[in-house]
Design a protein around this ligand. Structure first.
Ligand SMILES: NC(=O)c1ccc[n+]([C@@H]2O[C@H](COP(=O)([O-])OP(=O)(O)OC[C@H]3O[C@@H](n4cnc5c(N)ncnc54)[C@H](OP(=O)(O)O)[C@@H]3O)[C@@H](O)[C@H]2O)c1
Length: 327
């Protein structure tokens, strides 16, 4: 496992880290014993950074991470998120009373006195135009409740606006073989300001593992069933917003690019790591074997120019029209 500097924080984090949404909920049935085993496997593989949120199973994901931290002696940096527990997503909801309450709950579930990194959880765009929200985060940091803060965004424009606030340390954004636009302008701007970048949905919700087919079935409580068309939250969070059949066809083309012995999930993760501005990819993992496979992407050699050009051409031909200007 290789490590990269997380923005201006003191932490060097594993370039393949761990996304803890699925172990909390909204991805079909999960078993806490297996989830904990997946978390332990991540630490065994050198992962030292975990991304979670208060809403992932309403504390379930955070509690599992607290248990992991109790059982391991390694330093583990935990990034959580706040804001999605609001009954309706309005900028007014991002007020002092609500944010303090969300952070107090995360402190309790994560069993700690100070949160390492708190990210605003894809708030409405207007929140980025309210400096008082960032002022409040500054005060929470001064009070010792949070060490650092950042944002998780849907759109590139929100990311560009967020990094105007000098104490935003990290931006989490969807970036993968099916989502290229963050690399156009935002990565350069973030690098100038030494802002850390967390690449989320790196496997396009499992699509970029190459295991899905037209006949794949998802449980009723799996967002790949209930959010296919953005029914519950931004459609970009499910299969990266790419139509299922279009994505399957693109995956078949990627299959022909895989170097011997490299799985598609590893290839997709290694593609992300080709971008120096990215601090880490945070693939979700429900099982130890998935985690082990994903972590091994860090040890792979660079992808060839030919492979990089092929992904760019595939994106331009099959994906760009439906996603590039949306996010
Ligand atoms: N708004 C936000 O801030 C936001 C939104 C989305 C995600 N995130 C963060 O980003 C993280 C990653 O995104 P994500 O979990 O949505 O999507 P992802 O990482 O693209 O996909 C994860 C899923 O793919 C499958 N998978 C993982 N590794 C695999 C492998 N090696 N082979 C085959 N299948 C594999 C697993 O599901 P199955 O085994 O069930 O197929 C896993 O849950 C999340 O966990 C969360 O921390 C944040």
């Amino acid at each position: 496992m290789k490590y990269r500097q997380l923005g201006r924080t003191p932490w060097k984090v594993s370039e393949i880290s761990f996304g803890a949404w699925a172990i909390g909920g909204a991805w079909g049935r999960v078993d806490d014993t297996e989830s904990l085993a997946a978390l332990h496997k991540a630490i065994d593989c050198g992962v030292n950074f975990i991304d979670t949120a208060d809403v992932y199973g309403m504390g379930r994901s955070e509690r599992l991470i607290a248990q992991l931290k109790q059982e391991r002696k390694e330093e583990i940096v935990v990034a959580t998120k706040a804001g999605r527990r609001l009954p309706a997503q309005t900028a007014d909801g991002y007020n002092e009373g609500n944010l303090r309450a969300f952070i107090d709950d995360s402190l309790k579930y994560l069993s700690t006195d100070c949160l390492d990194l708190v990210q605003l959880h894809c708030p409405p765009t207007d929140v980025y135009y309210r400096p008082e929200v960032f002022g409040l985060l500054d005060r929470l940091a001064e009070a010792g409740k949070i060490r650092y803060y950042g944002v998780s965004v849907e759109r590139v424009e929100e990311a560009l606006k967020a990094i105007e606030y000098p104490n935003v340390q990290t931006v989490q954004i969807i970036f993968n073989c099916f989502r290229h636009r963050p690399a156009d302008l935002f990565f350069g701007e973030a690098a100038k300001k030494r802002v850390g970048i967390l690449a989320r949905v790196p496997l396009a919700s499992g699509m970029l593992s190459g295991k899905l087919t037209r006949d794949s079935k998802f449980a009723a409580d799996d967002h790949r069933h209930f959010n296919r068309h953005g029914e519950e939250f931004d459609v970009g969070e499910t299969f990266s917003g790419v139509d299922y059949d279009t994505a399957l066809a693109a995956v078949e083309e990627i299959r022909g690019l895989l170097p011997p012995g490299v799985t598609m999930a590893q290839f997709a993760l290694r593609w992300i790591l080709m971008f120096d501005a990215v601090t880490c990819a945070i693939p979700g993992g429900k099982r130890p074997l998935q985690v082990e496979e994903n972590c091994a992407a860090s040890d792979l050699p660079k992808l060839s120019d030919r492979a990089m050009e092929a992904i760019r051409a595939l994106y331009d031909a099959k994906i760009r029209a439906s996603v590039h200007q949306r996010w």
